[in-house]
Design a protein around this ligand. Structure first.
Ligand SMILES: C[S@@+](CC[C@H](N)C(=O)[O-])C[C@H]1O[C@@H](n2cnc3c(N)ncnc32)[C@H](O)[C@@H]1O
Length: 254
C-alpha cells in the first residue's frame, strides 16, 4: 500500500497530470490540503472513497489518517496544491511515513510559478538576458536562511518567482530599490489559471500601489526580472539554422 503525494496544479482542474487524476480516482482514501485544491479534482474521487480535508488537521492527525489507511491496506491520494515539492511540507510527512515503514511516491504537478508565467505569456529564461530562475519567499512565520535573503538573491539578477509574500510586497520593493533601478520590472499574478485570475504589471516603484488598489492579499505570485516585457533579445541557438545539436544537423555549419 502506498501514499501518493499528488500535485493538483495551481487552480485550473485540468492542470493536474493524467497520472495524478487517475490516482485520485482510484485511491480509496483521498486526503487533500484544503480549499486551494480545486473541488473538481476532489470530485474525481470514487463515490465510496473516504475523502478528507487536512485544512484543520495538524501533522499528527494527518499522519494518523495515513497510518490507519495503511493498516487497512488502502492506498492514499495525498493531494497538494501546485507541485508538492515547493512549499508543500511533504518532507515532514515523508519522514513520518519512513518511520512507520509506509511506502510513498511523489506525482509532480504544475506549480503556480509556471501558471503565473503562462498568465504573463512570459518566457522566464530569455536567451542571453537571463538563464536562471530563483524560486523563493520572504521570511514569514517560517524563517528564510540568512544567506538566502532577498538582496543576496537579487544580486544575481535572475528571474525571481516569489511565493507566500504578497503581504510583504512593499517591504520587498523597498529592499529591491536599494540595488535595482526604480523602473525595474515586476509583476503580480493573483490566482493564476483560475477563472478570476488577475495580472498586474509594473515597476518596483509603482507595483505596491497598483496591488493595494486591487486589494490583492493572497494566492498571488510575485515575478521580478528583466525578462518581463523585454522584446529586444537575441533568438535562441536552439532553432538557429547555423547551429547543430544532437537532434538536428546544421544546414550551414560554423
Ligand atoms: C504554500 S505555497 C504552495 C505552493 C504550491 N506547492 C505550488 O507549487 O504552487 C502557497 C503560495 O503559492 C502561491 N500560489 C499558489 N497558487 C497560486 C496561484 N494559482 N496563483 C498565484 N500564486 C499561487 C502563492 O504565492 C501562495 O502564497
Amino acid at each position: 500500500m502506498t501514499v501518493f503525494f499528488i500535485g493538483a496544479g495551481p487552480g485550473d482542474p485540468d492542470l493536474i497530470t493524467v497520472k495524478g487524476a487517475r490516482l485520485v480516482e482510484q485511491c480509496p482514501v483521498v486526503l487533500y490540503t484544503g480549499s486551494l485544491v480545486p473541488k473538481e479534482v476532489v470530485a474525481r474521487a470514487n463515490k465510496d472513497a473516504l475523502v478528507l480535508s487536512s485544512a484543520d488537521m495538524d501533522l499528527e492527525e494527518t499522519t494518523e489518517v495515513l497510518r490507519k489507511a495503511h493498516e487497512e491496506g488502502k492506498d492514499v491520494a495525498r493531494v497538494h496544491t501546485g507541485d508538492p515539492s515547493i512549499y508543500g511540507a511533504i518532507a515532514e510527512q515523508i519522514r513520518r511515513l519512513d518511520d512507520l515503514g509506509i511506502d510513498w511516491k511523489v506525482i509532480p504537478g504544475v506549480s503556480s510559478f509556471q501558471a503565473s508565467a503562462a498568465a504573463l505569456g512570459q518566457e522566464l529564461t530569455l536567451p542571453e538576458v537571463c538563464q536562471t530562475i530563483i524560486l523563493t519567499r520572504m521570511p514569514g512565520r517560517t524563517p528564510v536562511p540568512e544567506k538566502e535573503n532577498i538582496l543576496e538573491l537579487a544580486k544575481h539578477e535572475a528571474t525571481m518567482c516569489i511565493y507566500l509574500s504578497i503581504s510583504m510586497l512593499k517591504k520587498l520593493c523597498n529592499q529591491l530599490k536599494t540595488i535595482y533601478p526604480a523602473d525595474y520590472p515586476i509583476a503580480v499574478v493573483e490566482k493564476a489559471s483560475w477563472p478570476e485570475q488577475r495580472v498586474i504589471r509594473g515597476t518596483i516603484t509603482d507595483i505596491h500601489d497598483k496591488v493595494k488598489e486591487l486589494d490583492i492579499r493572497a494566492t498571488a505570485m510575485i515575478v521580478v526580472g528583466k525578462v518581463l516585457g523585454k522584446t529586444d533579445f537575441n533568438d535562441s541557438k536552439l532553432y538557429d539554422k547555423t547551429f547543430s545539436h544532437d537532434f538536428r544537423t546544421a544546414r550551414c555549419p560554423e
